[in-house]
Design a protein around this ligand. Structure first.
Ligand code: NAP
Length: 501
């Protein structure tokens, strides 16, 4: 079932050394460690493939995307089994995530057929215009060339081998090199087999897709530094993303690095809503905060409330809800250990009160809840840093003015949430212009963990939520990252690309 190898331009390739995955059950599986030389081979094959793949009719690319989706579904049970074994995520989550992954591929197939993403513009020739004639001008978006993709540990399918970045790049016409995630190499192996089957059935140049397994940081560095790579799609931590972003910027030819990073996703609990249903909100928050062991980039880690009895009822209900959640297995031992360190950092910060504590061991997460004042929060930037896991912080403001000051102090976020009733409209109107400067998505009366894959979705935001606030990594708009505009001036129609002729 598993190859344990790298997929390079249609061939399964081995190497000199190996590493093992970290199963939550059963025996470990062995994989070959990648090397920069393998990345170079994949990049050369990708560049060669671009000359055919980048110029295929959109119908053919759509057929390829749909074929990948079908091949993934055909391996559904194997993927779910390996995914649960490697990540500890439950079976239903893996099945749901597969649905999202094939849905993204199919959505992009439909999207490119419509042609809307080409953003075609025409300025008709004006030969008689004085004092100067105007030439015939046309513009459309073109694929940029080979793209490297890094997935995240917490989405072994939807942000991994055939995830959103790969789907968007292939839809745009760009060959893809995936740096396999060391937390789920077996899941990535099976998905790469599905992509290879689609390459064969659709008769596409095999250089269009390669996957080099990790096990060595030099592989990731080569994926962003190879001169034939023209952009990088990255989902992962702030530390890793920043290191790779800096490498992209320092290349002789700098390239765009689209890093989707972490976030604490603050929620502003406005007073009328908290008065009307504070306890219900506390209970609902505890559910959202602990979903998937809190391992979501959109996990709502911060709740800002106004001091008073209503806020106390909110906190009480959250403590009760969180206290009922059993320990959950985390994605890797490394992530569990980072969670414990984050918890200790917050617990040891002066001015922070521990409201709910618990005990975790090796790879298990249990919830924690902390509370602090707006003044302490504003004085201590570190309290706004992501702790990846089921950990919440309540920030108590004395006044609405203080709530606004907290909003203004935020760094970039993937999401900001307002919980509000009609009586909160005036305060919400004051917060809105601030929050839309801070986040890629602002929502009311919901929790940010569910991310719809659609035309309007923006999953991004100002740094450090992402390294490129003009982009999204989810939804059809994400294709823009792998396109660039070209203007055609007075080009004869039989020389123009078919889509603009
Ligand atoms: P990660 O540790 O940064 O790993 C992501 C990928 O980057 C892995 O392939 C990793 O290689 C590689 N990498 C990291 N640092 C590197 C370096 N210095 N040089 C070369 N390669 C490097 O992130 P993660 O643990 O998988 O994911 C959890 C984080 O992702 C959380 O912070 C979460 O909030 C964020 N996340 C964000 C989004 C979003 O859309 N914004 C979605 C999901 C998750 P190895 O395989 O060798 O470790």
């Amino acid at each position: 079932m598993l190859t344990g190898k790298h997929l390079i331009a249609g061939e399964w390739v081995d190497g000199l050394s190996t590493f093992e995955n970290m199963p939550t059950f059963g025996d470990a599986d062995t994989f070959f460690v990648g090397t920069p030389e393998l990345v170079a081979k994949a990049a050369e094959a990708a560049e060669e493939a671009f000359w055919s793949y980048g110029y295929l009719p959109r119908e053919k690319r759509a057929e390829f995307l749909n074929a990948i989706a079908d091949e993934i579904d055909a391996r559904g049970d194997d993927i779910t089994l390996m995914g649960t074994k490697e990540t500890g995520l439950p079976e239903g989550r893996l099945q749901g995530e597969r649905g999202r992954t094939v849905g993204q591929l199919r959505l992009f197939a439909t999207h490119i057929l419509s042609g809307e993403f080409l953003d075609r513009r025409y300025d008709e020739a004006l030969p008689d215009r004085a004092p100067l004639p105007r030439p015939d001008l046309r513009m459309m978006q073109r694929p940029i060339g080979p793209v490297s993709v890094f997935g995240a540990s917490n989405f072994p399918l939807a942000f991994s081998t055939a995830g959103g970045d790969t789907a968007a790049a292939l839809a745009a016409g760009c060959p893809v090199i995936v740096k396999g995630h060391s937390a789920h190499p077996g899941t990535s192996d099976i998905v790469a087999q599905a992509i290879l089957a689609a390459i064969k059935s659709c008769d596409i140049h095999p250089g269009v897709f390669s996957q080099i397994q990790g096990g060595n940081r030099a592989v990731g560095q080569a994926c962003v530094q190879h001169p034939l790579i023209k952009a990088v799609g990255f989902t992962g931590s702030l530390g890793g993303g920043r290191a790779l972003f800096d490498l992209c910027a320092s290349r002789p030819e700098p390239i765009p690095f689209f890093g989707e990073l972490g976030s604490v996703n603050p929620m502003f609990m406005l007073p009328a809503a908290v008065a009307a249903r504070g306890a219900d909100l506390g209970t609902a928050w505890s559910g959202s905060l602990t979903m998937g062991a809190g391992q979501f980039c959109t996990n709502p880690g911060i709740a800002v409330v106004l001091k008073g009895a209503d806020a106390d009822a909110f906190v009480e209900a959250a403590v009760k809800g969180l206290g009922e959640v059993a320990g959950q297995t985390m994605l890797t031992e490394g992530i569990a250990s980072a969670y414990y360190q984050g918890r200790d950092r917050i617990a040891g910060t002066a001015g922070v009160q521990t409201v709910l504590t618990s005990t975790c061991d090796t790879r298990t997460a249990t919830p924690y809840l902390f509370m602090t004042t707006a003044k302490e929060w504003l004085a201590n930037e570190e309290l706004g840093e992501e702790v990846f896991g089921p950990l919440g912080m309540v920030v108590v403001a004395d006044t609405e003015e203080e709530m606004l000051t907290i909003a203004k102090s935020l760094v970039g976020q993937l999401t900001c949430t307002l919980h509000m009733d009609a009586g909160d409209t005036a305060l919400a109107q004051q917060l809105m212009p601030v929050l839309e400067r801070k986040a890629g998505r602002v929502l009311a009366n919901g929790f940010p963990t569910g991310v719809e894959v659609s035309d309007t979705m923006v999953h991004g935001g100002p740094y450090p939520a992402s390294t490129n606030f003009g982009a999204t990594s989810v939804g059809t708009l994400s294709i823009r990252r792998f396109l660039r505009p070209v203007c055609y001036q007075n080009i004869p129609s039989d020389v123009l690309p078919a889509d603009i002729a």
